[in-house]
Design a protein around this ligand. Sequence first.
Ligand code: ADP
Ligand code: MG
Length: 335
Amino acid sequence: MVECPHLLLENLSTGYAEPRGRRTVSSELNLGIASGEVVMLMGPNGSGKSTLMHTIAGLLPPLSGQVKILGRSLARLGRRDVARALSLVLTERVDGGNMTVWDVAALGRYPYTNFFGKLQREDEKMVAEAVEQCHLKGMEQRLITELSDGERQRVMVARALAQDTPLILLDEPTAHLDLPSRLDLVLMLRRLAHELGKSMLISTHELDLALSWGDRLWLMDREGKVVSDIPEALVLGGHVGRVFGNQELSYDVKRGEFLVQREDLRPICLVAEGMPSEDHRVYWTMHALSRLGYKRSEDTETGLKLVVTPTDWQIKDGEEVRSYGSLTDLVSALS
Ligand code: ADP
Ligand code: MG
């Protein structure tokens, strides 16, 4: 039996039906997410990531085509069934008032509770599990307003987990977080997806995060078109450079980073002498020299020649040799 993908987009076009006419953001998307798969949705600001998230979540009607969850068309599901099929975590900082961690996580149970919203023992068990999964045990009675951004975002994930849906959508969940908290959150989401078999769609405009931690990447360009593959294939296929590059910025596939295109770079011939091959000083020397407007050249005849040794940096100008004991000194001499 072929497993039914948790999420399937069929000829989906997203956008806004405005009084002056339709405004299409993405057209004819055909994409899917399997069970337990983490998909990073990456694209420049304004490309249409949030529009797609809102459309998948049923908050915005598709312009055409459809969203299917576990084989069922979202358009045919009632609100309660949609809430049992998917949960959405938004970036906006929540105004928690005087709600506690427990209160917010418990909101995830609303699609299952009765008219009065009273939690049954089973619901409380699910909330407790979600809290534990998100490393929030012991913090249940803390006020949401008194948490760090990283902790608060974990509470929002706990709410989504308590909602017990096969699909979790997260729109820029790492936007307000520092680097360690960003990694912490993404690694936690990966673990939950893989251990619990949840499908995750995580939007971000952070390239490093998406390239390193998505099982799959949906790369959205400025026209709202999406290519889907494993991250490395999108790098090697030139898609990352095409989507994020411009006239001044080009993506260096070898180094995996963006480089500023400059016409006025001066050549420098950089040679390592007596260095173990894994020495990082050559890389970081070139890193500093690039900022100063040099590009590495193989030509030993023209331009400046720099020898990096285990103990110093030597600039050779004909017969004359000037030695610098630190990279800082070299950079100030060349600046
Ligand atoms: P992203 O999340 O990738 O930054 P968005 O989905 O927010 O991009 O926006 C995609 C495009 O849709 C943008 O051009 C934006 O101006 C437009 N847009 C966003 N929200 C609305 C709206 N409520 N009505 C009309 N156009 C909108
Ligand atoms: Mg957005």
